[in-house]
Design a protein around this ligand. Structure first.
Ligand SMILES: Nc1ncnc2c1ncn2[C@@H]1O[C@H](COP(=O)(O)OP(=O)(O)OP(=O)(O)O)[C@@H](O)[C@H]1O
Ligand SMILES: [Zn+2]
Length: 513
């Protein structure tokens, strides 16, 4: 049984390949490894497995660091900040690997294999045909010096294979899956160095964990079957074997595991939509890990409640409804001022394209400087900002929602053509024509006091409940749902409210024509 790490020296890591944008599966793996370290004041390492040079463009390395930082993770050692056991990019560690290849060659635990891709494919075909599971049969195991130099003379670049012991069992402990035993005879001698000299994943990954002092390897279940080979390598080199914890994979809506190469829902996408990183952290932390608390947790609480033992074995599914639930809670946790200053909201306010889209029906208003006019009015008045945020915050999930409500509150001439929901138009159409002049007059009389206005309007129109408030909401906001009208009315103001009540009457007559 593996020795469980003490809480004093835990070191975990995230070791992605910079081959695409991080998706939520990668992000959850990174988050769990980070939480495991932060829970016990351990260390967290970021290592880039960039040995597949054909798929490792520079942009992905930069994006990877940015996205992890956006998510709120930090690392104690990594490619950008260095550390005591670096370098932290595998391509910068080739000399280190070479030393260990030589050690294995010297003791005969590794040997060069000259088999061509065709040779190997033919071997596998024969094995499959006789119902055996395919593995390398060991053809180059016993080549003598003369045979080797012959092959070298034909300038065949060999791979290096690890010589797996012929018999025996290997027991692999896993903190999530428990112990599994493997018959060594089934493994087949596997490649540890490719013919171009680059290290195979099995080798570099295991070696680096050991050399970097990583003692908890938390990674996706896709690596579960690699573990016996990695333990063999570490044992052969007399290096420490870490503890392993394999996380069930996150699946997309097609039931397939998310994968960078297939462009799965990325952290970048979530950032673009305006998700708050604390919402994403809370969502991911509960994806396959149990927390007793159902409210939004800060990082300290997330770390304190994290334990490898609480990881579930069931595969996770990306569920946007759940993610939005955490977005709602994360937004609620912001003060009004913080919400107004939300960086993504500030971007959205300045995003002319977004305004154009929200106002598509009335582009001429954009040309007339509508956006500048509204922004000027609210940017000069801090009270108005706070009042606005306080009124609409329960109806805002994304920055775009806030911009939409801003337009609905503060646009005058634009409003006539502002997009109106069908249900809102239906509510207008069901309301008698004489209601609107009455509503306008009583609004004037009540001097904008919402309670007095609606009370007198109810008395004099005979309408009440939904048939009173739905048409008012529809006329004032163009929507059938939204923030409290009492809170919106002061923002809309008397003048615009009057205008909209009159417009509602004309919408009605248009609808009837
Ligand atoms: N769908 C997934 N769910 C959970 N974890 C995953 C998933 N896919 C990969 N991981 C984990 O993310 C970490 C980084 O792996 P890696 O960079 O190879 O990601 P990948 O998505 O498999 O990329 P690629 O498509 O380039 O192979 C590993 O620990 C891996 O196990
Ligand atoms: Zn061979």
């Amino acid at each position: 049984m593996a020795q469980y790490y003490t809480t004093m020296n835990l070191k975990s890591r995230f070791a992605p390949s910079p081959t695409g944008y991080l998706h939520l599966g990668n992000a959850r793996t990174a988050l769990f490894a980070w939480l495991a370290a932060r829970a016990v004041a351990g260390r967290f390492v970021l290592r880039l497995e960039d040995t597949d040079q054909s798929r490792s463009p520079q942009i992905y390395e930069k994006a990877l660091l940015e996205d992890l930082r956006w998510l709120g993770l930090n690392w104690d050692e990594g490619p950008d900040i260095g550390g005591p056991v670096g370098p932290y990019r595998q391509m910068e560690r080739l000399d280190i690997y070479q030393k260990y290849y030589e050690a294995l060659l010297e003791t005969g635990q590794a040997y060069p294999c000259y088999c061509s891709a065709e040779d190997l494919a033919a071997e596998r075909a024969v094995q499959r045909a006789s119902g055996k599971s395919p593995r390398y049969g060991g053809r180059c195991r016993h080549l003598n010096e003369g045979q080797r130099s012959d092959l070298e003379a034909r300038s065949i670049q060999p791979v290096l294979r690890y010589r797996v012991p012929d018999s025996g069992m290997l027991t692999v402990p896993d903190r999530v899956w428990g112990e599994r035993s493997y018959a060594l005879a089934d493994l087949g001698d596997f490649v540890i160095r490719r013919s171009d000299g680059s290290p195979a994943f099995f080798f570099a990954n295991a070696l680096d964990d050991a050399l970097m002092g990583v003692n908890l390897v938390l990674r996706g279940e896709d690596h579960l079957s690699n573990t016996p080979r990695q333990i063999l390598i570490l044992q052969a080199l007399d290096l420490p074997v870490p503890e392993y914890a394999h996380l069930p994979l996150l699946l997309g809506s097609d039931g397939q595991p998310l994968s960078k190469r297939h462009g799965a829902a990325s952290l970048r996408d979530l950032q673009f939509y305006g998700y708050l990183p604390e919402a994403v952290r809370n969502y991911l932390a509960r994806l396959g890990h149990h927390y007793a608390e159902t409210d939004l947790l800060d990082d300290q609480a997330l770390a304190a409640g994290f334990s490898v033992e609480k990881i579930s074995r069931a595969p996770g599914h990306f569920d946007v409804v759940q993610l939005q639930h955490w977005q709602r809670l994360a937004l609620q946790a912001l003060s009004d001022t913080q919400l107004w200053e939300w960086r993504d909201l500030q971007y959205a306010l300045n995003d002319a394209q977004l305004w154009k889209r929200l106002l598509a029906a009335n582009l001429s208003d954009i040309e007339n400087g509508l956006r500048e006019k509204i922004l000027k009015a609210v940017s000069e008045d801090e009270n108005l900002q706070i009042q606005f945020v306080a009124a609409v915050r329960a109806n805002v999930l994304f920055p775009e929602d806030a911009v939409d409500w801003l337009i609905r509150c503060f646009a005058d001439e634009a409003f006539a053509a502002l997009e109106k929901e069908d249900t809102a138009i239906a509510a207008l159409a069901e309301t008698p024509a004489e209601f609107w002049p009455l509503a306008a007059m009583l609004l004037q009389q009540s001097a904008g006091d919402y309670r007095i206005w609606t009370k007198t309007l109810q008395q004099e129109s005979g309408l009440k409940g939904k048939s009173l408030f739905m048409p008012l909401r529809a006329a004032l906001t163009g929507r059938s749902h939204g923030p409290e009208l009492a809170a919106l009315l002061p923002l809309i103001g008397m003048e615009r409210a009057q205008q909209r009540l009159h417009t509602a009457a004309s919408v009605l007559s248009e609808a009837r024509n």
